[in-house]
Design a protein around this ligand. Structure first.
Ligand SMILES: CC(C)(COP(=O)(O)OP(=O)(O)OC[C@H]1O[C@@H](n2cnc3c(N)ncnc32)[C@H](O)[C@@H]1OP(=O)(O)O)[C@@H](O)C(=O)NCCC(=O)NCCS
Length: 169
């Protein structure tokens, strides 16, 4: 079944409907600690096609979503690793799958809003002025319990398309 095929050797796969409750649990665990925005189960199903997951058995142990906002830009959202699975490279693998997905889609860049800029920087991301992001982003911000006192940091990465293969003369 295509949806269960690993995206790469790290075990990152595209989410299926069987993963929705696990994603919802994981995201809302961290949301309860104030680390990310909460999601309803309905929103999780509606956006399920944006999600990558890593599973151990049937359990979702890491997730992240890439949501297209415009012709050149997508947001990396809902990135989370289970508390007892931190530091195993799962977060990095999900982000790298999103980089590849962004390139495959022809996007020129990604952005994320995060309290963990130090996690993103070694992966090629840099801090940006949130005011440079599309206004559409604020649709979500208005719904956030922390608005307007949010201290999330905007991070961006440019996606360099793979170099064209050299043509022998
Ligand atoms: C941020 C998060 C997704 C990282 O997931 P993870 O699976 O533990 O990350 P990885 O194991 O892939 O770590 C990759 C690298 O980042 C580093 N790293 C992980 N979390 C970090 C953090 N909070 N700050 C700085 N560096 C971090 C790791 O040490 C590792 O470095 P290394 O490759 O040199 O060993 C995870 O801590 C999490 O779920 N946090 C709560 C939710 C959250 O803040 N999400 C981000 C919102 S956008």
């Amino acid at each position: 079944m295509p949806s269960s095929r690993p995206v790469d050797a790290s075990g990152v796969v595209r989410a299926t409907v069987r993963d929705a409750e696990g994603i919802h649990r994981l995201v809302n665990f961290w949301a309860a600690q104030g680390q990310m925005l909460p999601r309803t189960l309905g929103e999780t199903y509606e956006n399920l096609r944006d999600f990558f997951v890593i599973r151990e058995g049937d359990e979702v142990v890491a997730c992240g979503a890439l949501h297209i906002t415009w012709a050149d830009l997508a947001e990396l959202k809902s990135l989370a690793t289970a508390e007892d699975r931190q530091g195993r490279g799962y977060g990095r693998a999900i982000v790298e799958a999103c980089h590849q997905e962004g390139r495959d889609l022809g996007l020129s860049g990604l952005f994320a809003l995060t309290y963990r800029p130090q996690f993103f920087e070694p992966l090629g991301w840099r801090q940006a002025d949130v005011m440079t992001l599309p206004r559409k982003v604020w649709n979500e911000c208005y719904r956030c319990p922390k608005f307007p006192g949010c201290e999330e940091i905007a991070m961006v990465i440019d996606l360099v398309p793979p170099a064209a293969p050299a043509v022998d003369a």
